[in-house]
Ligand binder design. Structure first.
Ligand code: ADP
Ligand code: MG
Length: 574
């Protein structure tokens, strides 16, 4: 080749996007092919990226979000224009709400036509639509800006409070060419994408002084604490301080749920009684009754509502969002908790034993009661007898991932199934969203290679059920357990007019196991705990795609699970 032709060697938008992702250590993309990204996905695979292709964009997006939470790197999802983009948008908004780093990259139609609203194929001003629903949104019009576009997307997704980022790539961009060497030079390898944020020493001291003054201190660990991957610092802090803690649902396993300081089994007692509450990567949103009302301080007479809060968070505007925060500590959780460990010094005295003793007493009582309930073996499985099996499976396989969605299937699993390792529980998160099941399960299996057990209510499973084909296609070690109680909440509703079935009821005795069999996976029905245990054990040992249709008493659930108070009619009745 003469120097002359080498000089004229070109690259194109397709390859610049691929090279920019690879340069930034992104090795996996979740996607759904179609115009204008089909060739892009083929080329990505040819260039060594792992491309996981889904049946619906929402699940590709959810997979990217879960990958982001598990790895701390932005999860990448590619979608086609307008309808594909909109399908992915729910996942992007959900990722942002949950503070998971994710980048939704969507092909789009021609700007000239879109902006004049001349009716292009899949026409939509996607950037404008995405903007209010994510942390940041960018569009790249020229091949030479691809490097900057990808770099800005990565930084926006993972720095500060993580979240969802939208990147708009119009169809024309992919085919644009430029000089290969100039293209290479235009790419950016992002340095220190999620910089440490060191807390101010005086903020840490203020918080430590408040903790010291507490008679009934409590730590609440949220999924931000799990995401921060500061596991050793957090363990050291909890154990050195001796303070009882509550894990929010996705922080379960950050410390093993059977840890002596876990107050989960005395949750309502500690929330009501604690005088100083330290939030670590947890928000005082609806999941914590906004830090007020009868959940908080109801049991403490004169001191009702007198809790003081410490909030450790990367977002300075989170403090005071619901109640006054006496001691905000702003920084990344690793740096903040290290600073606490230092500031506590060597002479730290653990919380009074009347507090820890009172908690232990309630815990023992509640755990004994729970053990009795779990040991019962009713003729038709209920949530407890089925989850007792899942609980033991997770105990025997602590590195396995547990995906969980539903109403009763969610609430019961959260309280019954203990977790032992950080970031192993993936669930409906801040929104309480249904439909994350198969997307999260695929992501966990793909990025970790570990076994995944997905406990899904029959309704929840329906939102993403077609992705069992994806699970089979990539032969992933995913075992889906459908808690089949013939409907939403329960399967027993009737229509008073006697015409069509009630809105919450499904086809009775549905054979969900056949869905998995349809694509070559293992599908099996379980009518009792022995069958469920056998099927789960086999699934984990074989690593084969499996779906267990777990038959649950159709009368067993409660309306809206544990959030009955949010259901307008039920709340009125109370
Ligand atoms: P949960 O639902 O478990 O209570 P939330 O999603 O409500 O958790 O809260 C997570 C919090 O963690 C958010 O306020 C977010 O800003 C914060 N956060 C996320 N990552 C970090 C980090 N690395 N360091 C500090 N705070 C973080
Ligand atoms: Mg159900």
């Amino acid at each position: 080749m003469s120097t002359d032709t080498q000089d004229r060697e070109t690259t194109d938008g397709f390859h610049l996007v691929i090279d920019a992702l690879k340069l930034n250590d992104i090795d996996t993309i979740f996607a759904l092919p179609g115009i204008p990204i089909t060739d892009f996905l083929r080329m990505s695979q040819a260039e060594g990226l792992k491309v996981i292709s889904f049946r619906h964009e929402q699940h590709a997006g959810n997979a990217a979000a879960a990958a982001g939470f598990i790895t701390g790197k932005p999860g990448i999802c590619f979608t086609v224009s307008a309808p594909g983009f909109l399908n992915g948008l729910t996942a992007l908004a959900n990722a942002t709400t949950n503070c998971f780093p994710m980048i939704l990259i969507s092909g789009s139609s021609e700007r000239e036509i879109v902006d004049l609203q001349q009716g292009d194929y899949e026409e939509m001003d996607q950037l404008a639509v995405a903007k209010p629903l994510c942390k940041a949104a960018f569009r790249v019009l020229h091949a030479e800006d691809i490097g900057v576009g990808i770099a800005r997307a990565i930084r926006s997704a993972v720095s500060g409070r993580p979240g969802g980022v939208y990147l708009d790539l119009p169809a024309k961009l992919f085919a644009q060419t430029m000089d290969k060497e100039a293209g290479r030079k235009s790419l950016i390898k992002v340095v220190d994408a999620a910089p440490r944020q060191i807390p101010a020493p005086e903020a840490v001291q203020r918080a430590v002084d408040l903790l010291k003054s507490a008679r009934k201190p409590l730590v609440i660990l949220g999924k931000g604490a799990a995401y921060a991957q500061a596991d050793a610092e957090i363990k050291a802090f909890v154990e050195k301080s001796g303070i009882p803690y509550l894990p929010m649902s996705m922080a379960k396993g950050l410390l093993p749920d059977n840890h002596s300081q876990s107050a989960s089994a005395a949750r309502s007692y500690v929330l009501a009684e604690a005088d100083v509450v330290m939030l670590v990567g947890a928000r005082l949103n609806w999941l914590l009754s906004h830090g007020k009302g009868k959940t908080w301080g109801a049991g403490s007479g004169k001191e009702a509502g007198k809790q003081q809060f410490i909030q450790v968070d990367i977002s300075p505007t989170e403090a005071d969002s619901n109640v006054a925060i006496a001691a905000p500590v702003i920084g990344d959780i690793g740096s903040c908790i290290s600073a606490f460990n230092q500031a506590m010094g060597s002479g730290w005295s653990k919380p009074p034993s009347d507090w820890t003793g009172a908690i232990a007493e309630r815990k023992d009582k509640n755990l004994t009661k729970m053990a009795e309930t779990l040991a019962k073996n009713p003729p038709v499985m209920n949530f407890h007898s089925a989850l007792n099996v899942v609980r033991n499976t997770v105990k025997d396989n602590p590195k396995a991932y547990l995906v969980n969605e539903g109403a009763n299937a969610l609430d019961f699993t959260r309280s019954i199934v203990d977790m032992y390792e950080p970031r192993r529980r993936l669930d409906v998160g801040t929104w309480g969203i249904m439909g994350i099941g198969m997307g999260y399960a695929v992501a966990a299996a793909v990025v970790t290679g570990k076994p995944v057990v997905a406990v899904c209510g029959d309704s929840a499973f329906g939102f993403s059920g077609m992705e069992v084909e994806t699970i089979c296609r990539y032969n992933l070690p995913v075992c889906v357990v459908v808690f089949n109680n013939n409907g939403i909440y329960k399967g027993t509703d009737t229509n008073p007019r006697g015409t069509e079935v009630a809105p919450t009821v499904f086809v009775k005795n549905a054979k969900y196991e056949l869905l998995m069999q349809a694509f070559g996976g293992h599908g099996v029905r379980a009518d009792n705990p022995e069958q469920l245990k056998k099927a789960l054990d086999e699934a984990i040992a074989s690593g084969k795609p499996t779906l267990i249709n777990a038959i649950i008493d159709e009368t067993a659930g409660t309306e809206s699970g544990r959030i009955t108070s949010l259901n307008p009619a039920m709340a009125k009745k109370k």
